[in-house]
Write a protein that binds this ligand. Sequence first.
Ligand SMILES: Cc1cc2nc3c(=O)[nH]c(=O)nc-3n(C[C@H](O)[C@H](O)[C@H](O)COP(=O)(O)OP(=O)(O)OC[C@H]3O[C@@H](n4cnc5c(N)ncnc54)[C@H](O)[C@@H]3O)c2cc1C
Ligand code: FES
Length: 323
Amino acid sequence: MPSTLLPKRVCACDSAVIEVAHPCRDHVRVKVAVPGFPASVPGQFVELRCGQAGTNAPRERCWTDHGPTEAFETSWLTREPYLRRPFSIADRTGDEQGAQVEIISRHIGPGTAFLDVLKVGDTLNLTGPLGHGFDLPSPNRSAILVGGGVGIPPLLYMSRVLAAEKHRGAHLVLGAMSRDLFPVTCSESPAEDGRPRRCLQLPGGAPYAATVTTDDGTIGLRGRVTDGWQRLADREQLSDPIVYACGPSAMLRGVAVLTRSLGWDCQLCIERNMGCGMGTCLSCVTRVRDESRPAGWRWALACSEGPVFDRDLLVEEWDHAAR
Ligand SMILES: Cc1cc2nc3c(=O)[nH]c(=O)nc-3n(C[C@H](O)[C@H](O)[C@H](O)COP(=O)(O)OP(=O)(O)OC[C@H]3O[C@@H](n4cnc5c(N)ncnc54)[C@H](O)[C@@H]3O)c2cc1C
Ligand code: FES
């Protein structure tokens, strides 16, 4: 197994919450100011301590099934998450001395409930940037950024980075179950027929057209992200396209199948349970192809070799796409 301990340079520190917004139901966007946050790339992530900063001890807090109660700050009735929680970097500005880092979290359990009630001025302890992110496309390639649900945030950061590089040919295809679970602000209505339109407020004012899909059709095209993207492929002149995708496993398998049938390159950002985020706990293993092994594959750690992998390396997605 390759060495997977801490990558290059990582910051582990308290950060100050400087902006909080609730872009849609169950989601919170949190921006923090981080002193000494090393250079990062889209697809990398941070591990957040979803509890009182500055202490390593597991603590007891007042949680209900729906999140913290009003007595949250002072009560000690049920357990606070002990392990950190991984979140993709949704945006990053500033330099290494003073960076602003943004995450978008969907509330699904106790850790994300903690993020849901953060206020400006609170402290959030983070470790990052972690993992291996997306490889940026060469300037003449069409980049298609495909995001579903909580897989949307790294593609937003990617749009900022591509715009800063003055990359011309980029398109977004973003999907959610319904409008009230779509965590991006629209500057105008996305097209119902999937036509790419500059309808989203992207980080850094990135000037890219987007196709938005929802399962129930409450915004944009009714259907899945793969439906939206097929419309894009039909309408746009794409030059040597490469797809960058992040989202639920079923969506990634769909993207793997489609890109393979079209002969397009593709990088997938996968999600696994991650206990440490830095190659020590082995909770995030995934199978990758390796012809030098008798079985033709080996275990890889998604937190440090990934979470971004070339589509053809991932055994589950590749097997599916090859069928
Ligand atoms: C690299 C990476 C990047 C991520 N980026 C984001 C992000 O940008 N925004 C965001 O909202 N979430 C993101 N996630 C998922 C996020 O880490 C989990 O939602 C979070 O850890 C849940 O913590 P919790 O304590 O609220 O819930 P938990 O109590 O840990 O989980 C509640 C329920 O959700 C299930 N669950 C937890 N994590 C996952 C998962 N990764 N996939 C499927 N089911 C899960 C659990 O099994 C349990 O049933 C990312 C995960 C990874 C690995
Ligand atoms: S999350 Fe601990 S080894 Fe990957």
